[in-house]
Write a new protein. Sequence first.
Lengths: 155, 594
Amino acid sequence: MKGSRILLVDDEVVFTNNMSKLLNNRGYLVTAVNSGDSAIQKLEGEDFDVVVLDLKMPGMDGITTLKEIKKLDLFTETLILTGHGSIDTAMEAIKLGAYDYLTKPCEIDELVAKIEGAWEKKDDEQQKDMQEKIQKVVESPKSAFSLFGKKKSGK
Amino acid sequence: MAEDKEIKGGIYVNNVEVLRERQKHYYARFFRRFAFLIIVCFLIPLLFVGWGINFYYTRFAKERMTSSFHAQVENHRKIIELFLRQRSSKLQLIAHTHFKEYLGEVSNLARVFEMINLESSSFTDLGVIDGYGRHLAYVGPYDLMDKNYSDAFWFRQVMEKGLYVSDMFMGFRKVPHFIMAVTRQEKGERWILRATIDTEVFRSLVENVRIGKTGEVYLLNRQGVFQTSPRFRGKIMERAPFSAEPVHEGTRIRILEGGTDEQKQRIPRRIVAQTWLTEPRWMLVVTQDYSEAFSEVNHANHATLIFLFLSAIGILIITVIITKHMIEVIKRRDVEADQLNRQLMQAGKLASVGELSAGVAHEINNPLAIILTERQILLDLMGQTPALDGNFREALLESLSQIDVQVQRCKRITQNLLRFSRRTTSVIETVDLNEFIAEVVELMEREAKTSGIKFSPDLEEDLPPILTDPSQLQQVFLNMINNAIDAHEGKSYGSIHISTRSDDNAQGVQVVFADTGAGISDENQEKIFDPFFTTKPVGRGTGLGLSICYSIIKRLGGDIAVQSEEGKGTVFTLFLPYSPPPDLMESINKVAEV
């Protein structure tokens, strides 16, 4: 979906720069950071639809970053992009709640397809959440104040 | 290049030969040391015990034999003494019971002579001699009536002592003889009754007591003159070649060492017993060859020696057999240890290469990803720049597509490396190997056909299904077939034979891939499972295929072996267990739990 907000997390600056350009060319709003810590900081301040996360990074690694993202409880899907062929780690990431994984090097089209899938999933979940909330407000209008604003991200 | 290979080959062969030679020396040295130790350990106690038993037996046996020899000599002395005493008693009895006048009559003397010789004719003659040495009467074979003995030694002795037994002497009759004389005091006058002892009777009494074949008995007087004839070396009345012992009591036994006599005749070692008679003072000498006297001991000694010799030979034979057996066992153990070592080394190599591969793959994948993004950026830029020169555009596109091809190639390599690093997840399923092989063959058939290669499967009917990882197994089988096809390069046709056989004893299935390709040299057979070893041209093989196969098969609890003959073909024999090893199952379960 064009206009989706993508957070690109990878310690390779050249890679993030190039990927940002390519994704921007394809209509995405890309923010690139080069560490897990910066990613968490960004997520705390801004809303993103999809996080593209590298697994092997100095400092906070991909798995820890993923766990931290999950703690934030946002309407954001995480896509793992790893140069490390360890499928075991990728599988672990999926078990921790990542949307899917891709191994480097990958074609831009593959990545775009996965991002689209992630966005759709995120959108579905957001819609479902919204409907549940509306339902609750219809049933009990007083609860409206407490319900909205539970999740930071939300259109 | 070819020369180089030959030189390298030569060095390799030489090294192997040097190693074999060294090993041979090692075993030979081991054999010698071990054999020596066993021999020393067995032989020394045997010799010690043998020597000890023999020593004590010899000592006791010799003591027993010597004492029996001693007793024999003592008895003989007593017999001789008894003989002489009886004769002298007879004379004394006659002298003291008859008057001189009576015995002075020859007829009376002859009757008495006859009477004393009735029992045994041990007297040769009998004479009565007055105090002046004159014969009064004589009965005997010689004419001695006119002889006067007043100057004779024996006459003086008997007049002095009353009883006298002479040494052997020739006397008037010129034959060796000895006399016995007694005196009687009658009416203030002394007279003598004198008798000659029958030398033959006496000699036979003394000499005929023979001891064995080499024994001899004789008498010596104090001057060392033979009183009887010895059996060897000497005659009666001759001086003995040795001097007589001083008079002593009892019987002395000595061992005389052998040597040669004056005639240069060999005298053997002898046992000698010497004892002095009381009257006359003659020395009874009994000798026997040492070897005969102690023949029993010598036999025992020989028997012991033979026994020891046979035992030693037995020990030698047993030692050789045991040592050879031990060396064989050690050789076998060494070979097993060597194989185990090689397997461990192989496993170690694979593990370290695995670790390395994972790191390298990651490090390469990142730049590859960047290259791909750069390529994509260029493509994007081209898309945004429509007014690009046609030729330039084409050339650029071609370059970009080549970049993609090469990146994909690199990706394949890194993927292979990663697969090798064992970091892939296993999924264990029930697999019908026959069906599975058929699928793989179908997959490869097109490629094989273009190379002129036929498949000839020989799959066992009712092959039991096995529990294994199909995706990894597929990789192994594809690799096997790929290699088999590649081995036919340069040949216009060939075949790949694939067979399956179940083995209930080993609890698994044997899968054989046999090709008619180029084969593998003996030298290379040792290296084919090593990572990065390849004989394929640069760019064609990573040298990881068989390493990965080896590592997969080992992980699945199986085994892989190769047999090959250069120019004829190669046979890979794979063993796959009915179910994978428990540790693999455990690790899979753990991953599933995460």
